[in-house]
Design a binder for this molecule. Structure first.
Ligand SMILES: C/C(=C\Cc1cc(O)c2ccccc2c1O)CCC[C@H](C)CCC[C@H](C)CCCC(C)C
Ligand SMILES: C[S@@+](CC[C@H](N)C(=O)[O-])C[C@H]1O[C@@H](n2cnc3c(N)ncnc32)[C@H](O)[C@@H]1O
Length: 269
């Protein structure tokens, strides 16, 4: 069984967690910090609870389509042989495994998540797979809002269904920008907060009438109800492009996928 420990991963290769430059402190008011800290710990617990059935429900609920959307996200990151890639909010590792094949044994994929149960699922999947290249993946328990990597460290960053779930999206985007090499890309896949009444209604109907009822069969009603509220509180494509530019990206473009149900932001540093 693969293992992951807090802050570093123990996998096929020794973990590399690059220490952050000294002096980078986060100055948050105590009240604001307490609020976001409790929200973050609730989400951490939510994703740990759903970890055992997360992959299965994604396949069933999207009829396997989520794998297509993830392949597009990875393709648009322009990850290539020999690259060093960050898969942020990696969960059970779907994007990390795709990236692993893109970069090969000369490259490396650093997969970061703050849920130890999600990372354990990912490490176990890695153990069960035969492809030699998967040894280039390191599972790292860490926070997207305070990444343990030095500036300009990665050739690309992917985020699959993660940005919507972090409590401070602006801070996360700034961290993604900071750890990317100049000229490199972030590819950020998530649900699309559609401006089309039809698409938004279809998305909402599917979650209310298919997703949540099916998840209820696994005792995860509230966890999948969160999906709908998180989408309603997410950013539109235009707002995501603005967030990217505010973080310093020179180009940020949002593309709709799956008939507008999903979307992928491609931002270049
Ligand atoms: C991989 C997908 C979602 C990942 C995901 C993200 C979250 O933020 C969650 C939060 C809480 C619980 C679960 C998740 C979560 O799984 C996308 C596909 C899986 C979706 C759960 C299903 C979405 C269904 C679409 C709205 C309609 C699909 C229509 C057609 C079959 C393509
Ligand atoms: C919906 S899952 C996505 C998993 C995977 N990327 C995929 O595409 O299936 C969202 C993941 O983001 C992680 N997450 C949320 N907030 C985080 C944060 N601040 N730092 C690190 N991981 C976070 C959760 O633990 C969860 O595993």
């Amino acid at each position: 069984m693969g293992t992951v420990t807090a802050g570093i991963s123990v996998s096929a290769a020794a973990a590399v967690v690059v220490p952050r430059p000294a002096g980078r402190q986060r100055h948050r008011g105590p009240a604001a910090f307490r609020c976001s800290a409790s929200a973050a710990s609730e989400r951490q617990a939510l994703f740990s609870r759903i970890a055992p059935v997360y992959d299965h429900l994604n396949d069933v609920l999207s009829l396997g389509q989520h794998r297509t959307w993830k392949r597009i996200c990875v393709s648009w990151s322009r990850a290539k042989m020999g690259d060093r890639i960050l898969d942020l909010c990696c969960g059970s590792g779907d994007l990390a495994f795709l990236l692993s094949q893109k970069v090969g044994l000369d490259g490396e994929v650093m997969a970061v998540d703050f849920s130890r149960q999600q990372l354990q699922t990912a490490a176990d999947r890695q153990e069960q797979r035969w492809k030699l290249c998967y040894k280039n993946i390191k599972w790292i328990e860490g926070d997207a809002l305070d990444l343990p990597f030095t500036d300009c460290y990665f050739d690309a960053v992917t985020v699959g269904y993660g940005l919507r779930n972090v409590v401070d999206k602006s801070r996360a985007m700034q961290e993604i920008f900071r750890v990317l090499k100049p000229g490199s890309r972030a590819s950020i896949l998530d649900f699309n907060k559609s401006s089309s009444l039809f698409t938004a209604s279809l998305q909402s109907w599917a979650i209310d009438n298919v997703v949540v009822p099916l998840a209820s069969g696994y005792g995860l009603t509230e966890e999948y109800k969160y999906l709908k509220s998180s989408i309603s509180q997410y950013l539109t494509g235009e707002e995501l492009e603005k967030l990217g530019r505010e973080a310093g990206f020179t180009v940020a473009k949002h593309y709709e996928l799956g008939g507008g149900l999903m979307g992928n932001l491609v931002a270049t540093r």
